[in-house]
Design a protein around this ligand. Structure first.
Ligand SMILES: Cc1ncc(COP(=O)(O)O)c(C=O)c1O
Length: 382
């Protein structure tokens, strides 16, 4: 197979019709949607261009609708080149005007809650995957911090769909965030306003397209998760992610793609931005909420699909570090990571050192759902 320029040979990663990855060249993947992801660990965010071909694109491959193609790129960070407007507290503002004061409470104390959601370009058109569940979690996350979201779920839904439509995205990543704004800067946020913002941008595979096929090499981090007696870990608070950052960066500094974080008791909790699953003797295990994990929505999707496929799923499992090394299969789930196989932990090969059969089956079921978009209860069509 030849490259887009017809000269440089490209390596085929999977057979036609089986996956969205067409080729790897110079540390980058070219997919059907024209997405280019750098596989270098320093840039997980992926890059995109607007090349298209006539074949079916991946429903996540960032694409712009007709009126957005061919527009001049700005000097913004590459990740946001395709984003014009952001919704802030009831109005759409230009990207450059979406600013907050440096004395914002959340900047100093991590007092924000947020969501990461994907809109997929399904066969039924653009659709937000599990939007209602993400909204529910946002409101639940706000509760312990007394963050009073001034907008109803319907208003946030309307703002989000309008944002996607007017930005012209057929698929994108959506980031709602609610946080304490600028007033007094004592630890108590009592006089600070609650700010609500929604941004969206095109975003490819979090850990790289190749990771979805080949799996990722991970290390067990030396950093432990917060105990849920120290801070609520089941919900999505901005401040929690310093732990994720430390663990993820430690892994990447050491040449791994991602980390696995143990909880205070030394049992397996999750990845810095993913839940984790283990397959052993044909049954599936995933740590329970008492293990200091985020109550992941993709985790719930994976459990539901696996049970429908006839697997026994132990969703309140306690998994020791040693069990990771002897597992038949391991995989991550997450809105960003989707269903990503883990091929080694601390240099110990897992199974055959590639995507295992159960992971493969579940990943296919997951991508079938998001490609077809026909499981109505899981989609909010834009
Ligand atoms: C720490 C952590 N665990 C798990 C997940 C997966 O959650 P979800 O599937 O809801 O994206 C995420 C991603 O948001 C995360 O940040």
């Amino acid at each position: 197979m030849c490259g887009a320029d017809g000269q440089i040979p490209l390596k085929r990663l999977c057979s036609p019709g089986q996956c969205s990855v067409l080729a790897v060249r110079d540390n980058a993947t070219l997919t059907r949607g024209g997405i280019v992801n750098t596989l270098n660990h320093g840039n997980q965010w992926g890059r995109y261009d607007t090349r298209r071909d006539s074949r079916r694109h991946h429903p996540r491959a960032p694409r712009l609708s007709a009126h957005r193609r061919g527009r001049a790129m700005s000097d913004r960070p590459e990740m946001f080149e395709g984003t014009d407007r952001i919704w802030m507290d009831g109005e759409f503002v230009d990207f450059e005007d979406a600013q907050t004061h440096v004395l914002t409470h959340a900047l100093h104390y991590g007092t924000g809650v947020f969501e990461g959601v994907r809109c997929y370009d399904t066969e039924q058109g653009p659709a937000i995957f599990r939007w209602e569940e993400h909204l529910d979690r946002l409101y639940k996350s706000a509760k312990p911090y007394d963050l009073d979201i001034e907008f109803s779920k319907d208003e946030l839904t309307e703002a989000t769909t309008e944002l996607i439509e007017t930005e012209g995205f057929e698929s994108c990543y959506i980031r709602p965030i609610v946080y304490y704004g600028f007033d007094s800067l004592g630890v108590s946020p009592k006089d600070c306003p609650t700010k609500t913002t929604i941004a969206a941008w095109p975003w490819g595979a979090y850990l790289g397209e190749e990771a979805l096929e080949e799996g990722v090499d991970v290390m067990v981090s030396s950093w432990r998760k917060h105990a849920s007696s120290q801070i609520p870990t089941n919900i999505k608070t901005t401040g929690l992610y310093v732990n994720s950052m430390l663990a993820g960066e430690e892994a990447r500094r050491n040449g791994y793609t991602e980390a696995i974080v143990l909880n205070k008791e030394g049992n397996v909790a999750e990845g810095p931005g993913e839940n984790i699953f283990m397959v052993r003797d044909g049954e599936i295990y995933t740590p329970g909420l008492a293990e200091s994990i985020l109550e992941g929505i993709t985790r719930n999707t994976a459990i539901t699909l696996a049970e429908e496929m006839g697997y026994t799923v132990h969703e309140e499992a306690t998994i020791s570090r040693g069990e990771l090394y002897t597992a038949d299969e391991l995989f991550f789930t997450g809105t960003a990571a989707e269903v990503t196989p883990i091929r080694s932990v601390d240099d110990n090969e897992i199974g055959e050192g590639t995507k295992g059969p159960v992971t493969d089956e579940l990943q296919s079921a997951f991508f079938d759902v998001i490609e077809s978009g026909d499981r109505e209860e899981w989609f909010h069509y834009v």
